[in-house]
Structures are given as structure tokens and as C-alpha cells.
Design a protein around this ligand. Structure first.
Ligand SMILES: Cc1cc2nc3c(=O)[nH]c(=O)nc-3n(C[C@H](O)[C@H](O)[C@H](O)COP(=O)(O)OP(=O)(O)OC[C@H]3O[C@@H](n4cnc5c(N)ncnc54)[C@H](O)[C@@H]3O)c2cc1C
Length: 377
């Protein structure tokens, strides 16, 4: 597989690039933030995403989608990142779709609704401050013909407005073990479910979710009882590549803004970009972002090809992109001098979004460790 986009993928990129830059540039985020919007994104924009076909990129054609792959989803996510567009795309149209493909009944019910822009699905997985998907303590006890879920979840993006939550619960085993985890589809109006939204550093909303003895039927299970680790890893890997692709947009936009600044800001009678010390830093950053770009495309291609060891490439992509994007936003703020610190200037917003995406689905250290473990160290 060559490491460049096909003609169709390039067309999708051009379409997504102009549409998102036009419909939801950075001022769209500022407007949601400054009006204290409590949804966290624009439902009108989400409908437009559906009309463009974006929400159905990973949904099979038989269920109203486009039946495309992670490379195409990554293309849209990069443009979302470039414009800092608040959107449920990553959680709903990428990770939830991957999870729902594991159940014929739940997939038949929810995938067409996602493709048409009529459903938001959130992920209730994390319980602690850092991404540790094996550390699931929320319990699901057998009850009636189904299960009763009890516990709390954190960092549930779109949790307070989702029509359904995919909840990782422990049906067996001990906290820290991959075995004994089960995934459940829990509708938003289930008795005993509450979601309390809080603002994250990047001005997005994520919920603390409580489940107080939430009763679900046996057919709410995604995958197998006690065997949720497989579908959980699959949905997380889709999210990891997606988050890395969004970071390419974040870091890429920070790089572009910085290079533009070096070419326009004059000091001591010269453009600051004429100073070799800054040129070296800009060239180093450009190189790091190009390597990150290659790792994301490779990982997405391997996921689409269902390559058995794709998870290693996914971990490499999330780790490498995390480091490159952090460098991009840090160099951006440094090279813009004092104005990089101000809210009026966008570069600081890129830094905040980078921090959130870095933590989302595992930071660079988590994934560097994962690469080592998957290679037998
Ligand atoms: C919100 C805010 C808070 C601030 N707080 C403080 C504070 O607490 N204390 C304080 O002292 N100041 C403070 N400042 C001022 C700020 O530190 C300076 O504006 C900052 O040092 C930028 O310097 P500059 O104007 O030279 O940047 P610019 O001239 O815009 O420089 C941009 C970039 O080019 C680099 N550069 C510039 N000239 C050269 C050169 N000849 N060779 C190589 N590289 C070069 C700079 O290092 C920088 O990375 C603050 C400013 C703001 C907006």
C-alpha cells in the first residue's frame, strides 16, 4: 500500500477541507465557547455532516452509509482538527460505529440513525484520570433476563446529549484484567442513568456519568459477555487512529500559522524567519509532522486491511503524532512571542485542543509502552 491518498481520497479531502473551513472555522468554536453553549457542538452542522455523507463513512452501504474506511474517516478528522471544530464525529461516527458492527441487532437499529445524523452515541469507558481501559470497576450483575449496572464513568464526551451510551462494565475478573469486561448499549433514558457535563481545558464538554442500578436486557450486550476486551480494543484502536488524525490537523494548522508568522513578523529590521535559529526549528517541526502523517496513514490503511498486527501501527501512530503535535503547538506559542499567550490569537486554542487529544484514548507514553509490550518486551 503506497503512503499517499488515492484520487477518490484526495477528492474527499478537498471537499472536506473547503466545507469544514467554510462552515466551522475556529470562530465557530469561539462562538460556542463564548455563548456558554451547553450542547457542546452545533446540531445544524452535524446534520450538514450527514448530508455530506461524513457521518456514514464507516457505516456499511446496506445500512445507509458509504462503506468506506479509516483512511477516509481520518481525512475528515484532520480537517476537523485543522479548524478546531467541535463535533461528535470521532466518538459517534468512528468509535461507536466500530462497536455497533459487532451486534447485528443493535447495528441494524443504530447504524442507519448515525449515518442519517439522527443519533449521537457516547463512550463511557474511562474511570480514572489516565486512559487505562483494563481498569474497569463499574459492575454489571446478572439481574432478571439481563444485567444491572452500577458505578461511575468520567470523560464521557457528549455524554449529556447522547441518545445512547456504550458502557464498559465488569461482569467478571478483577480490576486491571482484560478478561471479564462486557460492553453494553445503554439508552439515555434508562432509569438510574445521569450525566453531569463539565468543561475540559479545550472548552469541550465531557460528562461524569453515574449508573445507579441501571437495568438493561441481555440483548444490550455488544460482543460476548466477559469477552468485551476484543470489541473494546477494536473501537479504541479506531478512536486512536482517529484522534491521531485529528491531531495531524491541529499540529498542521499550528505549523502553518507559525511558518506564516515567521514570514511576516519583522524584528530588528528583518523578517524573523530570516534568522537561521528559527529556520532550523521550523524545519525540524516540519519533518516531525511529516513522519507523524506517514504513521497515521499507515495505521489507518492496516486497520482497513484488517491486518492482524495493525494495533502496533495504531500505537506507533498515536505515540508519534502525540509528540509531534505537542512540539507543533509549543513551538507555535514560543515563536509567536508574547501574543501566543493571548486568547485573541488562535495558537493557544490549538495548544489546548492538543492537550485534550493527547489524553484521549491514551497518551504518547501509554502507546510507547504498548508498542514495547506488543513486541514482547
Ligand atoms: C499575556 C502576556 C504576558 C506577558 N508576560 C510577561 C512577563 O511576565 N514578563 C515579561 O518580561 N514579559 C511578558 N510579556 C511580554 C512577552 O514576554 C514578550 O512580548 C515576549 O518576550 C515576546 O518578545 P518579542 O516581542 O521580542 O517577540 P517577537 O519579536 O514577536 O518574537 C517572536 C519570536 O521570534 C524570536 N526572535 C525575535 N527576535 C529574534 C532574533 N533576533 N533572533 C532569533 N529569534 C528571535 C522570539 O524569541 C520569538 O520566539 C507578556 C506578554 C503577553 C502578551
Amino acid at each position: 500500500m503506497p503512503l499517499y491518498h488515492t484520487d477518490d481520497q484526495t477528492m474527499l479531502r478537498d471537499t472536506a477541507r473547503s466545507f469544514i473551513a467554510d462552515a466551522a472555522p475556529v470562530k465557530h468554536l469561539r462562538q460556542l465557547r463564548d455563548t456558554h453553549d451547553r450542547t457542546g457542538f452545533s446540531r445544524d452542522l452535524w446534520k450538514q455532516f450527514a448530508e455530506m455523507g461524513f457521518t456514514g463513512i464507516l457505516v456499511p452501504e446496506t445500512q445507509g452509509g458509504l462503506g468506506l474506511g479509516h483512511v477516509e474517516a481520518s481525512i475528515v478528522l484532520e480537517e476537523i482538527g485543522r479548524n478546531l471544530t467541535p463535533s461528535p464525529f470521532l466518538t459517534t461516527a468512528v468509535t461507536a460505529v466500530e462497536a455497533l458492527k459487532t451486534s447485528a441487532t443493535l447495528g441494524a437499529e443504530w447504524l442507519p440513525k448515525i449515518a442519517s445524523g439522527n443519533a449521537i452515541v457516547a463512550l463511557a469507558i474511562e474511570e480514572s484520570a489516565k486512559h487505562r481501559p483494563d481498569r474497569i470497576a463499574l459492575t454489571a450483575e446478572r439481574s432478571g433476563n439481563g444485567f444491572k449496572l452500577t458505578g461511575t464513568k468520567n470523560f464521557v464526551i457528549n455524554g449529556h446529549v447522547a441518545d445512547m451510551l456504550i458502557v464498559a462494565a465488569r461482569t467478571a475478573g478483577a480490576v486491571g484484567e482484560p478478561d471479564g469486561i462486557t460492553l453494553f448499549a445503554v439508552p439515555k433514558d434508562a432509569a438510574g442513568l445521569s450525566a453531569n457535563p463539565v468543561l475540559l481545558a479545550d472548552s469541550s464538554l465531557a460528562s461524569h456519568v453515574r449508573l445507579d442500578g441501571v437495568q438493561v436486557d441481555a440483548d444490550a450486550v455488544l460482543g460476548d459477555v466477559d469477552g468485551g476486551w476484543g470489541p473494546l480494543t477494536k473501537l479504541l484502536d479506531a478512536g486512536r487512529v482517529g484522534a491521531a488524525a485529528e491531531m495531524l490537523g491541529v499540529g498542521g494548522a499550528a505549523l502553518d500559522a507559525t511558518v506564516d508568522y515567521l514570514k511576516t513578523r519583522k524584528q530588528f529590521g528583518r523578517l524573523i524567519g530570516e534568522f537561521q535559529a528559527l529556520q532550523h526549528r521550523a524545519a525540524h517541526l516540519y519533518g516531525e509532522m511529516q513522519v507523524a502523517r506517514a504513521t497515521v496513514l499507515k495505521a489507518a490503511q492496516l486497520l482497513d486491511a484488517e491486518y492482524p498486527r495493525a494495533e502496533i501501527a495504531v500505537a506507533v501512530a498515536k505515540a508519534k503524532t502525540g509528540r509531534a503535535c505537542a512540539l507543533a503547538v509549543q513551538e507555535g506559542v514560543q515563536m509567536h512571542g508574547g501574543i501566543g499567550m493571548t486568547d485573541e490569537y488562535d495558537i493557544g486554542l490549538y495548544m489546548k485542543r492538543d492537550r485534550a487529544l493527547e489524553e484521549f484514548f491514551g497518551d504518547a507514553r501509554f502507546h510507547a509502552d504498548r508498542v514495547a509490550r506488543l513486541n514482547g518486551y
